[in-house]
Design a protein around this ligand. Structure first.
Ligand SMILES: [Mg+2]
Length: 249
């Protein structure tokens, strides 16, 4: 069936995270908290340990339901364990989340061919983005920083929507917003479970971007990089092969 929409994953599909220094991001977050008046009398390593305990516990609790908990809740709960009480809606927590994203942006990179590729695609297809990203304002800022926002008709972010890929509802949401049928859409992503299994279950064709060498981020959500018993419609080594792959679908 004629293809009308191309829907992308974000991390390690559009922008690459192999240079991501999570410690730098988390130190920036902790510095922001301290600068803005949170009295944390603990070394970074202890803060980091508690942060990851909170993060992993949250992911574990929401694993079955695939609910996304906002990044600001994660920060607020980390502080709660240190007997510091700040609402996840407070300005201090927001500034800390932004400080994390400031450092993350420095480490992200994209391949030079991406903007011309997206320009070419947007003349033919509707384009959308669906990302598992716990802090939606951060991802919107990243898209602006890399001048990518303009290419997408629809952006759905788990932190805003409340559910993570591979939940079918997040794929149904993007199709509804695009006003395109699943059978006329393709999903392009690097995760077999979140992207390929999730999208194919809703009836989309799928392209796995293997990006070998880029998918090494040790802080990826548990299971993100694992094998999964699903076969994409097409596999490509990186996005430079996407345009041709689409014509053969
Ligand atoms: Mg990804």
């Amino acid at each position: 069936m004629q293809l009308e929409a191309v829907i992308f994953d974000f991390g390690d599909t559009l922008l690459l995270t192999d240079r991501w220094d999570y410690d730098k991001c988390l130190k920036n977050l902790q510095n922001s908290l301290q600068k803005n008046g949170v009295t944390l009398q603990i070394p970074y390593d202890q803060f980091k340990r508690i942060y990851f305990e909170v993060r992993d516990q949250m992911y574990h609790q929401s694993e079955k339901a695939l609910e996304e908990v906002d990044f600001r809740v994660r920060i607020s709960e980390t502080l709660e364990r240190l007997n510091e009480f700040y609402s996840c809606r407070s300005r201090i927590i927001k500034l800390a989340a932004e400080a994390f994203v400031d450092a993350f942006i420095e480490d992200l990179h994209m391949e030079n061919f991406l903007p011309p590729l997206l320009s070419k695609l947007e003349e033919i297809y509707k384009l959308a983005l669906v990302s598992n990203f716990a802090y939606a304002p951060g991802l919107r800022r990243i898209l602006q920083c890399f001048s990518l926002k303009r290419f997408f008709d629809v952006v759905v972010i788990s932190g805003e929507f409340g559910l993570r890929k591979p939940h079918p509802k997040i794929f149904e949401e993007v199709l509804k917003k695009l006003d395109v049928a699943a059978a006329k859409s393709v999903f392009v992503g690097d995760s077999l479970k979140a992207d390929i299994y999730g999208a194919s279950r809703v009836g989309l064709r799928t392209i796995l971007v293997e990006n070998v060498g880029f998918r090494k981020n040790p802080y990826a959500t548990a299971g993100e990089l694992d094998p999964y018993p699903v076969e994409p419609t097409v596999r490509i080594p990186n996005l430079s092969r996407l345009f041709d792959a689409l014509t053969f679908l």
